[in-house]
Design a protein. Sequence first.
Length: 736
Amino acid sequence: MATSEQSRAFDLLADQVQRWIWNQGWTELREAQEEAITPILSGDTDIIIAAATASGKTEAAFLPICSKLDRLRPKTASVAYISPLKALINDQFARMAQLCESLGIPVYAWHGDVSASKKKGFLRNPQGILLITPESLESLFVNHGHGIAHIFSRLSYIVVDELHSFIGTERGMQLQSLMHRLDVVLKRTPPRIGLSATIGDLTLAAEFLRPGHGSQVRMIEADSDGRELRLLIGGFLDKEPDPNQDAVQDLEDEDKNTNDISESIFGSLRGTSNLIFANSRRNVEGYADSLRNLCIRHHIPNEFLPHHGSLSKELRETAERAIKDKTKPVSIICTTTLELGIDIGSVESIAQIGPPPSVSSMCQRLGRSGRRGDPAILRVYISENEVMSKTPPPDALRSRLVQSVAMVRLLLRKWFEPPTIGSLHLSTMVQQLLSMIAQYGGVTPLQAWHSLCEIGPFYQLDQEMFMELLRSMGERDLIKQVGGDLLLHGRTGEKIVNHYSFYAAFKTDVEYRLVTGERTLGTLPIDRPISAGYFLIFGGRRWLVMEVDDRRKVVELKPAKGGIVPTFGGLGGVVHDEIRKEMHQVYMESDLPVFLNSAANELLLEGRKNFIRYQLAEKHVLECGGNAYLFLWKGDRICDTATAMLRARDLKAENTGIAIEVLETDSSTLWHHVKGIAKGTAPDAVELASAIENKAIEKYDWCLSDKLLDRNYASSRLDSNGAWQAIREIVALLGR
């Protein structure tokens, strides 16, 4: 072990932990590991450890934690490790057990796939390290409410892995509430340790980890690991299908050009191990089928396996084992399921089909390759439609390619999206209130207000809004008030809390189980009719639907020659302002990025040519094909809000991404309305929300009053002042 002044932290670790490090063959601790030892051993401060993927963040937290546990005799401490994924818990359990075996520290995994007997073992003697998901932690509050103080009486640390994946989400708000409720029960504040690879704003992340006290959170941010980075964006022009090729039917519009991309992926990646991110479960299935057919055509074993959340645990684990086995080449086509820290070993490269959801996501994915001194390799495949005379401006500008270029440039500058804050999260508030009633057997409105709002994570709710929420829940029979001041579950609330789906704060679609013989392939959300005789692609293979049992929600399949990719739920990523700003800069420049292939160069040149043709360096409004377009060069939240402002003026406006399209309107009419918005004051976001349909997006939005639903939607989806300021800026710029 290195003997530099910095590495003296190694001497602070317990003897058995030092011995474990030596046995791993490590010659030195990494930067984050060195810096984390002293503050974690002190046990009196919250910490965020931000470092690149595969940089040893888990060890940075648990080497000193295990040293602290080892020194407590008898071992009267416990640790809660909270993870977003069951698969990540399973992976970390194996790593943790190896470290803790010689220390005599028990390690427990707790999630839906863990047996009841193993869970009871922890409950009998709650010590050591508990690896758990937010949903399983929620179930402890609901089912063991009066025992929470005993179960976590020895809690010394809370570790939140993949911290960035929680911030700004329903799950993240649930996690904040659960951690706060633990503090309330224990009447103390065990230190929280957040682990993350990519965080755009550490200050906001710190405020998430410890609301109201973010300034006191210790930041440990390791420098880049200095790996060589190799990038390539490949362009593909969507053209008429070749009748001599096997076509994958019914893919998403954004990725119709499957065969050319599949053949490029096949030619570049066959014979090696890689991760191929396809942005959606639907695309995963389409490309898995296409690549499997290419393997068949070339008379080689299939090297391309699908991996997404709707596949069965068996199929996902089969793919994970295959890519860990370095004796055979395997590439996995996946969604975000393999973006987080599941250890699948080193892969040669990362492929990305279509623009990634975010710059942070791109960085997270790229971190899966280039380990052990090898270069990190990222290939991005972008398909653009052929430009015709009636092609709308957003497509003629090659916006998908330009967005990818902008995101790569921001990645190289180490810019990442900051966490989203400010949402009310009333749906999660409903869940947490029902959970709190289950925990205590009943609460008063004052107790609930004080714990969840006044000193809790829902501090944005004032008393008036809180009482409105109680009335709304009461009207829908989720809660009832008895004895003058005690809140209990109503009949509907009791049914909800007693169902296993209650523990998740997010909404899940009704799903059918897909089976062939005795084998379960996975589940499929069915939002449109499906019947016997229907062909589909699932698990990278083609099937014929033999029978649909609506009562049992089971679809029986048998292998077939034909198939189409089924429709899955899910939404794309929200594009940040900085990305659109960078896109505008890409259009304004003339240099060609070195990481584009020749086809991508041609597409970019065509996009820039049309940018000049539309005079978008000077104009923000243009007319084409009987419609008008407003270019704000802002992110989706501001563009969505500006769209709502235009709709409030009876215009048929739609946010198409790079521009707001206004149907059946000329440019002068649109400009008149834009100037009208600029002359006034910023519209009230709640009033804008009141005119928007389909606002019930989150799990318990259905039980909110119209007033609460409007406020909730406005807080999470609209930026009235930002959109108004953006419109004022372009009006002032053009001087009209």
